[in-house]
Design a binder for this molecule. Structure first.
Ligand code: ATP
Ligand code: MG
Ligand code: FE
Length: 343
């Protein structure tokens, strides 16, 4: 099936077009530069930017794919989770398209789409697959029977998401927003010189929170360390702090992901979400999966962060597997649970 997907859950207006398991185009207009000076995404600003970018981005995607809108078999859209106001812009646009073209509409879960995008990168996903979903708002270990069916959450963060921790620590270090890519880059010139805490990995925590994560203590530990150095008048090496912080996050993520595979007898690990773009996470996951005999799949960095291709990819799977389309009055659900695939 030929599916057009629309993503507006945060600050990226994404329009992707997928034919079956092949990505035809991934068009993105980002409002990230408008938010940078506020140190975070401003919902009102993002909503307005989506409104302005929507029609031109759809047009550009169709032009680049060499298709006409009437050629598509279905429209897919992120119905949640995300910012209520920005989601509404995408959902309204998708409804208008589906209605005027007379095509089915699929409201999909943004988080399931972060996993499904791997299909247009590496082909069909093994069933089941263990997914480590690490993004700006979520950090979860998911058991995915197939991407069109509701997933089982094995655990998730009990406080900050991994991406949120990257962004907060970047701010402490005076790096620009969003901080993840800046920490990644700074860490390449740094040494893992500081032993920061690995949240929820002690013996007792592993009993109660085996597959949960916690990153707020780590963020506090980094802030305290930086403040301590400053108070002592000592020089702070941003690359060293970045590398040491990143190592602590990546160590816990990969350790627990592999343990989850082993506990559940799953031999395939997929990593998705913006933090999956992190070079150290990709390298450590590959090394540890190799030693554990687990096959690893991570899409290219550009498909890890928010985009329209991921929504189209999941939509194409839903059409191919004959799943019911959503109702035309489908809501934008800002707190859509990670376990639900469609609205
Ligand atoms: P969610 O998917 O939970 O709704 P989101 O859509 O806002 O959240 P994504 O776009 O999936 O989040 O990911 C953005 C996050 O990924 C940001 O926190 C960003 O700092 C982080 N990120 C992006 N690239 C990297 C990188 N190379 N290293 C670490 N973090 C990164
Ligand atoms: Mg973004
Ligand atoms: Fe996302």
């Amino acid at each position: 099936p030929l599916v057009l997907g629309i993503e507006t859950s945060c600050d990226e207006t994404g329009v992707g077009i997928v034919r079956g398991e092949t990505l035809l185009v991934d068009a993105i207009a980002s409002s990230v530069d408008l938010h940078a000076r506020f140190g975070g995404v401003v919902p009102e600003v993002a909503s307005r930017a989506h409104l302005e970018a929507m029609v031109p981005t759809i047009q550009r995607a169709c032009d680049q794919a060499g298709i006409a809108l009437r050629d598509v078999d279905a429209i897919a859209v992120t119905s949640g989770p995300g910012l209520a106001g920005t989601l509404m812009v995408g959902v309204a646009a998708a409804k208008a398209l589906a209605l005027s073209l007379g095509k089915p509409l699929y409201g999909v879960n943004h988080l399931a789409a972060h996993v499904a995008v791997d299909i247009v990168e590496h082909g069909p996903l093994p069933e089941p697959v263990l997914a480590l979903l690490v993004s700006g708002g979520h950090s979860s270990l998911l058991l995915v029977p197939d991407v069109t069916q509701d997933v089982r959450s094995l655990g998730s963060t009990i406080d900050d998401a991994a991406g949120e921790a990257f962004d907060k620590v970047a701010r402490v270090l005076g790096l620009p927003f969003p901080g993840g890519p800046h920490i990644d880059r700074a860490a390449r010139d740094g040494q893992i010189a500081i032993d920061f805490p690995r949240g929820l990995t002690s013996g007792r925590d592993m009993e109660r929170h085996r597959f949960d994560f916690s990153f707020s203590g780590l963020k506090t530990a980094v802030s305290r360390w930086v403040e301590g150095q400053r108070a002592a008048g000592a020089e702070i090496s941003v690359p060293d702090v970045a590398a040491s912080f990143q190592e602590a996050v990546v160590d816990v993520l990969t350790r627990k992901a592999i343990l989850a595979c082993q506990d559940n007898g799953v031999e395939h690990l997929q990593i998705g979400g913006g933090v999956a773009a992190n070079s150290r996470l990709r390298a450590m996951a590959q090394a540890r999966c190799d030693s554990a005999g687990i096959a690893l799949r991570v899409p290219r960095p550009g498909l890890c962060t928010d985009n329209g291709a991921m929504v189209a990819a999941l939509g194409a799977q839903l059409v191919a597997k004959g799943r019911e389309p959503s109702a035309l009055d489908l809501p934008a659900d800002s707190s859509m649970p990670v376990t639900e695939v469609t609205a």
